[in-house]
Write a protein that binds this ligand. Structure first.
Ligand code: 3PG
Length: 205
């Protein structure tokens, strides 16, 4: 699947910080059951790579990606574990766009970073941290000079403000952690997570 195909699977890409490998599969199944199919497991915990491996092998209907990719080695490790897309908070030195097996969604926050990313060959970007760096206003302002760029704003996005982002023509989806709150994950409250996912999957685009 190409990156746009993956980002079009649902209006929201859950951003997951999973501490315990045992939570990975039930959490992913709960999100997929609610209609969120592209899942970003951030490489921020020691369990993350094993979580990706488990989800890739055991969760049907989901596409697992790796978040917080900071360098080429992390990208390769994520791919080897079964990730099928990658997300980075910024542009990764030396990682020009390629059609390779782990398409990357790099983060940008300014026009200069966007121009650097475009010249590296990218056309899909994470606006990060979206709410801090101008949010909807910034994306509207980027639309005219940069018609070739499409965004997945992430960082401070919620059920309440997601519709404002999703209404923009240069937004393909949003990312956010609100669909998998830490307390619900720790408590194994998968029913609540499926409900949150269903609400998010129902957002218009
Ligand atoms: C992150 O990388 O942590 C994401 O931007 C998630 O941000 P959020 O917790 O504000 O949704």
């Amino acid at each position: 699947m190409t990156l746009p195909d993956i980002l079009k699977l649902a209006p929201v890409v859950p951003v997951l910080i999973i501490e315990d490998e045992a939570q990975a599969v039930p959490l992913a199944k709960a999100l997929v059951a609610g209609g969120l199919k592209a899942l970003e497991v951030t490489l921020r915990t020691p369990a993350a790579i094993n979580c990706i491996r488990r989800i890739a092998g055991e969760v049907e209907g989901g596409v697992v990606g790796a978040g917080t990719i900071l360098n080429a080695a992390m990208r390769q490790e994520a791919y080897d574990a079964g990730a099928r897309f990658g997300v980075s908070p910024g542009l990764i030195d030396g990682e020009e766009f390629d059609d390779g097996p782990l398409p990357l969604l790099p983060g940008i926050a300014t026009a200069t970073e966007l121009m650097a990313g475009l010249s590296m060959g990218y056309s899909y970007f994470k606006l990060f941290p979206a709410n801090i760096v101008g949010g909807v206003g910034a994306l509207k302002a980027f639309a005219s000079p940069f018609p070739q760029a499409t965004f997945c704003p992430t960082g401070g996005v919620s059920l309440q403000n997601a519709p404002d982002y999703l209404a923009l023509p240069n937004v393909i989806c949003v990312g956010g952690s609100w669909v998998a709150p830490t307390d619900a994950v720790r408590a194994g409250d998968w029913g609540r997570i499926t409900e949150l996912a269903r609400e998010a999957a129902g957002l218009g685009r």
